[in-house]
Each structure stands twice: as structure tokens, then as C-alpha cells.
Ligand binder design. Sequence first.
Ligand SMILES: [Zn+2]
Length: 209
Amino acid sequence: PCSGCSCLAPGAPTLLRLRGGPPPPAECPAVVPRCMWGARPYRGTPSALKPPLPFVYIHHTYEPGAPCRTFAACAGAMRAMQRFHQDARGWDDIGYSFVVGSDGYLYEGRGWRWVGAHTRGYNRRGYGVGYVGDYTASPPDAHALALVRDAFLPCAVRAGRLRPDYALRGHRQMGHTECPGDSLFREIETWRGFQASGAASSAPVHSET
Ligand SMILES: [Zn+2]
């Protein structure tokens, strides 16, 4: 399924770990590339990000509402979301930069290089990382939380994608949405880099400065 694409792109964590155990703490997590989940091509011409970026925004997908715990389920969720974002929303591609499965893997959305469509008004300032599922009532599995908190984020800093002093926020802090769900939001409030909103937290922010 991977012919004609780079499953071992420079800077992309190797998928060889699929055959091994969990990564040591300091290593970069495996990212399932677009070709492996059966992505359609990007539509149009993508805009380049200018890393290192200062922000990360955490989302839940809400639909699909259930965590995906197998490659087949996660790849299917990726294709469904891309189809919805392209066909119903009219976007160029799946909105998220990266998507978190509960099968132990991150999935490549727009990836490190291209501006996403995840956090309106802020897509050029940060990466959008979305957990597959609805995390209003219960949080993602502990290993899926750790994958982003302990592996993905430190790796992004070391790779020069994120600033060492990056700020992490939930989508709800940036606009009128419940995303990433009450339960997941309570989790990310404990993460390194989490930036609480000011007094105007519930108000939409109209400035990009
Ligand atoms: Zn969101």
C-alpha cells in the first residue's frame, strides 16, 4: 500500500518500530504516513508553515466518536475525516496536522510542513493535533495521552518544529467550541507547556497578534 510514497521520509519517525516494542522515552514516535492510511491528494497548493511554531492546539475529532484501536479503524477514520473535510467543508485536505489513534500511533494529516485547518485564525501559528474520539465524558487511553505528552511534543521541539517555550492550548480556548471535550481538556491542563487562558478565556479571540 506504500508504493510510490515515502514511508521513511527524513525527519519522520520510522515505522520499523511496528515490529518492536514501545519507543524509549526520548525517541520520536512513529507517524503513519498518508500513503499508508490511503489519503487522497491535497487539493490545490498548500501554504508552508514557518517552524519552529509557538503553539500546539489539542482537539478531539468528536466524529468519529469512538476511539480507534486498530490500524484498520484508525485508517478508516482518517479517510472518513478527509472525505468530510474536502467534500462537505470544501477544505483542501483533512484539517488536522496530526491525528492520534488509540492503536498506539500518530497519523499524518497535513504534517509538519503545511498550514492546517484546525483552529480558525491560528492555523499558521500552531500545529493542530486531534484525538480520534469524543472525549467529553472520559479521557483517551493513558497510552494515547502519553504518546503526545511524553513523545510527540518533546520530539517536535528537538526536531525544531516547535519552539522550546511552546504554549499548548485546547481548541476551546481559541474559539466557540467544546473541543477537545471536558475530559480531555482536564488532562491537557496538566501537561508541560499548557497555557491557561486569561480572563477573556471564553471570548473568541479576533486578533492574531
Ligand atoms: Zn477542535
